[in-house]
Design a protein around this ligand. Structure first.
Ligand code: IPE
Ligand code: IPE
Ligand code: MG
Length: 249
């Protein structure tokens, strides 16, 4: 941590605790561009991206934010060069194995959302282990979206509900927002209050399409590996200026 980062150990005094988002989501974009600027291969950007995520998780915990969700790999990211996809899968597995002990000690509950069954077997095993070993932890709920796509999530919920209707377990009239949400990957997780996307792109890229119906969006030009506590502080300041109306006047 730099001197400035050390200063940001605790919640900055000009942020109002009662106005903090309960749930922050991040689209961690710009790893490739970061690496290119440094004259490094793209994979080095992903490696540095892990460090940025670790510090954000710690920061959320330090500042009293109850839930963090990070977009790690989209259903569209399989279209990247095989080398990069393989590197990412290996990286996820290695980081999970390395960080599990600390997450247990720090009382972090980790969970994964997405089409997990299509991930490499060894990664699936690491995911199951980390979820089981942290399931009772309460300091912060940390969700990693891996092989996640919002459209696919909605479709698989429709399929599951249709099967139940076919079996006579539910009536079509009983399908309401609450029932639908219980069939999403994010069942039981509150919707994000704030979504941060790094590196300037102004799109959702298939992330949390249902859940972001009323979430606030903050976009920064900072590339993900450069997203630090100062950047997060700026995002929270902007969030606290917003007036959330939810359709009222
Ligand atoms: C985000 O960074 C990480 C993943 C999608 C896994 P990118 O790899 O998309 O970085 P850019 O957008 O090419 O700079
Ligand atoms: C979104 O970033 C996915 C993740 C951060 C995991 P992308 O880089 O894949 O999104 P696009 O292609 O710019 O929309
Ligand atoms: Mg990108």
């Amino acid at each position: 941590m730099t001197a400035q980062q050390t200063e940001l150990q605790n919640l900055p005094s000009d942020l109002k605790r009662e106005l903090l988002p309960k749930h922050v989501a991040v689209i961690m974009d710009g790893n490739g561009r970061w690496a290119k600027r440094q004259g490094l291969p793209r994979i080095m950007g992903h490696k540095r991206g892990v460090d940025a995520l670790k510090d954000l998780l710690r920061c959320c915990k330090d500042w009293g934010i109850q839930a963090l969700t990070a977009y790690a790999f989209s259903t569209e990211n399989w279209k990247r060069p095989q080398e990069e996809v393989d590197f990412l899968m290996t990286l996820f597995q290695r980081v999970l194995r390395q960080e599990l002990r600390e997450m247990v000690e720090e009382n972090v509950q980790i969970q994964f959302v997405g089409n997990l069954g299509a991930l490499p077997r060894s990664l699936q095993a690491e995911i199951s282990r980390s979820m089981a070993e942290t399931s009772h932890n309460q300091a912060i709920r940390f969700t990693v979206a891996t092989n996640y796509g919002g459209r696919q999530e909605i479709l698989q919920a429709c399929r599951a509900i249709a099967h139940k209707v076919q079996q006579g377990l539910i009536q079509p009239d009983q399908i309401d927002e609450q029932l639908f949400e219980r069939h999403l990957y994010t069942a039981g997780i509150t919707d994000p209050d704030l979504l941060i996307r790094t590196s300037g792109e102004m799109r959702l890229s298939n992330f949390l399409l249902w859940q972001m119906a009323y979430g606030e969006i903050y976009i920064t030009d900072a590339l993900w590996p450069d997203f630090d506590r100062t950047e997060f502080y700026r995002a929270l300041c902007a969030y606290q200026q917003r007036e959330r109306r939810f359709g009222t006047v």
